[in-house]
Design a protein around this ligand. Structure first.
Ligand code: BDR
Ligand code: CA
Length: 320
């Protein structure tokens, strides 16, 4: 079976790091590129983190392209230093790297890659604010037809996290999210309703602590510090590990149950800016191009992450 080709647009970030580990260690995935966007931390910091994670997990051949340093209209991203720390990955150890980033803007990289691959073969996996994806759609509208699908982490149909009804990635750039959701490409929205089922429970952390390799140790540190900051800021000892849920769905759609529903982004509301409004009142119309993630198979999900980490550990050891 041929591998599924993806571009990951990210802002690492603890859970973004887990998403990269999962994709990098999956035999079913070919990562065509990693693009970065300001979100959990500044563009400079998340790009540095992406390069260093790529080095740790043996993705030296995968291009890393930096994108938007701020939202389309709004002044600046509200970074999540209260969760991910000043570096974006506080408390973890990553190898230094002298790798260069791709000279192209992330949006240009996304356009070039989708246009040069066969139609309907590339999946976009955005797990940060949607600024780069919106820019890419405006830069080259033909990518909308050409892409296979978008599987994104963001939004939710029930609750928010940074505001009563808004999730961090969407709330940071609602205008970009509006552009992305209004284009007619197939979108799976893996939102908070789903990711709050992807808890790093005590049992999960115990399993990870036993991997005992450099990549396993990195994952262990990520989960430990993510748990500590979630406890401090939200009172949760078992944090929801959001971003790898989107990658898991690409690897194996049976991990997540979905439901078709029209989704629109509120970008003007006084109290609801950044809300993803999913209409679940009735069966979606036949031409509906969006769906929401509803239910996670927790055991299958964490097994995928554990197995990917094991594979990467072997690869890492062979290269040193
Ligand atoms: C999302 O916000 C970020 O802090 C995480 O990396 C994730 O992408 C969850 O709301
Ligand atoms: Ca993220």
């Amino acid at each position: 079976m041929s591998k599924k080709k993806i571009i990951i647009d990210c802002d690492p970030g603890y859970d973004d790091a887990v998403a990269l580990l999962l994709a990098g260690g999956s035999p079913d995935i070919e990562i065509l590129g990693i693009t970065t966007v300001a979100g959990n931390q500044s563009l400079e910091k998340v790009t540095k983190n992406a390069l260093r994670i790529a080095t740790l997990i043996g993705l030296d051949h995968v291009p890393v392209a930096a994108g938007a340093c701020r939202p389309l209209l709004r002044p600046a991203v509200k970074v999540a230093n209260y969760i991910h720390g000043e570096s974006g990955l506080d408390g973890t150890t990553l190898p230094q790297t002298d790798r260069r980033i791709d000279p192209r803007h992330a949006a240009q990289f996304i356009v070039d890659t989708i246009m040069s691959e066969a139609p309907k073969t590339v999946t976009l996996v955005p797990i940060g604010p949607l600024t780069n994806i919106a820019l890419a759609a405006r830069l080259e509208p033909r990518i909308v037809e050409r892409v296979k699908e978008i599987v994104l982490m963001g939004g939710g149909y029930h609750i928010g996290n940074v505001a009563p009804m808004a999730e961090f990635n969407i709330e940071n750039d609602p205008e970009a999210a509006h552009i992305v959701f209004e284009e007619k490409w197939p979108i799976t929205m893996v939102g908070l309703d789903l990711t709050y089922q992807a808890l790093a429970t005590g049992k999960v952390k115990e399993r990870v602590s036993k991997i005992g390799t450099p990549v396993g140790q990195f994952l262990n540190d990520v989960l430990l510090h993510f748990s500590e900051t979630y406890k401090r800021s939200k009172g949760l000892t078992e944090p929801p590990v959001h971003d790898p849920c989107a990658v898991a769905y690409v690897i194996d759609p049976s991990v997540i149950e979905t439901r078709k529903a029209p989704i629109h982004v509120e970008y003007q509301g006084q109290y609801t800016s950044g809300m993803t409004v999913a209409d679940l009142r009735r069966a979606a119309p036949a031409d509906c191009h969006t769906q929401v993630a509803v239910k996670l198979d927790h055991e299958k999900f964490w097994t995928l992450i554990e197995q990917a980490t094991q594979r990467l550990a072997n690869r890492y050891e062979q290269s040193f």
